[in-house]
Design a protein around this ligand. Sequence first.
Ligand code: FES
Ligand SMILES: [Fe+2]
Length: 382
Amino acid sequence: MALSKEENEMLTRVGPGTPAGEMLRRYWQPIGLAAELQDKPKRRRILGEDVVMFRDDRGRVGVLTLRCMHRGTSLEFGHIENGGLRCCYHGWLYDVEGKVLETPGEPPASTFKERIRQPAYKAQELGGVVFVYMGPEPAPLLPRYDVLVKEDGVRARRARTVNCNFFQMIENSVDQNHLKWLHRTAKTPDWDDGEIDPQQFEYGILNTYTRRVAGKKWAHCNFFVMPTMNKTGNVEEGHPTEHRASSAGEVMRWRVPIDDTHSMHFTVEFGAVVDGKPVANIMKDDSAAGLCETQFGVYRWDESIGWFARGDQDRVAQESQGPIYDRTTEHLVYTDRGVILLRRLYKESIEAVKRGGDPIGVIRDPEKNRIIRLQPHEDLLD
Ligand code: FES
Ligand SMILES: [Fe+2]
């Protein structure tokens, strides 16, 4: 049941005009962390397009195409002033929507600047993450996921690059079967292999799996949300089925294409605070570092476990599949049902967009979007 070359292309190419690229543009995508945006613009590449993001001197966030529409100088070298971003070359000034505020030296009577615009994308911040929308109007709502909007706790974020196509990363996130092997620890031999039962739900895939530990059977549930996010967590520390992937916080992870062969990985973790005390041991907030670059094939080693460090284990598996994994040679089996379902949801969403509709999980109803509570859980079955 390997994919054809054409199917593989359809799922993995992300540039403008490609089937998956057009579908992905119908969703808000993380592009950066709010704390990165201080007094300098930041260059970024997303879905194969070069852009600059910035916070103007009134605190508003904007995303513009990278090259100045005057004569093409990169706006990453621009100055933030006078309500916008000023190109370093001849001083044209753009606001967060791409409106041309000033074209220094033009005759005062000229109306030229009213008739042109620097191409811009909608941007919004939520939970310390900057999101961008690159699709046609009307834009859907920016989903208010619990981890981004809950206020009764602390939040931590981090972002880094991964040197492969995004689709092998999201396949990893719906594949619960890899946990026991790729992330094995000293506790792993005590588990029985799980039963895995991925099901479609309103926003994507509900992933449930069971694991037997010390004669007891536990059910886990976590979420994959279209098009690139998954949510895990909520497993208490010291819980018999705890594994090193969780730390009792609730974690969301997005995999956003930079281009066909590189991706951004955004992580946001939320830990509740009860009676003034944090109840989860969550990661350190790394927002100020912004998007950290990783190198293909370079992974940290953890002497204490005699294996790659937990934070690099998934990258080892994903990057070594190749820049764009060639799925024409794979051999899918029973435990790959999550992967098969994911590909089906992508195909359905691509078809929906071709027909002029919304892909799976796009939200336009404000009532639905007060807070999107996705509650991963773990239950004792016997
Ligand atoms: S190239 Fe940007 S103002 Fe001239
Ligand atoms: Fe993993």
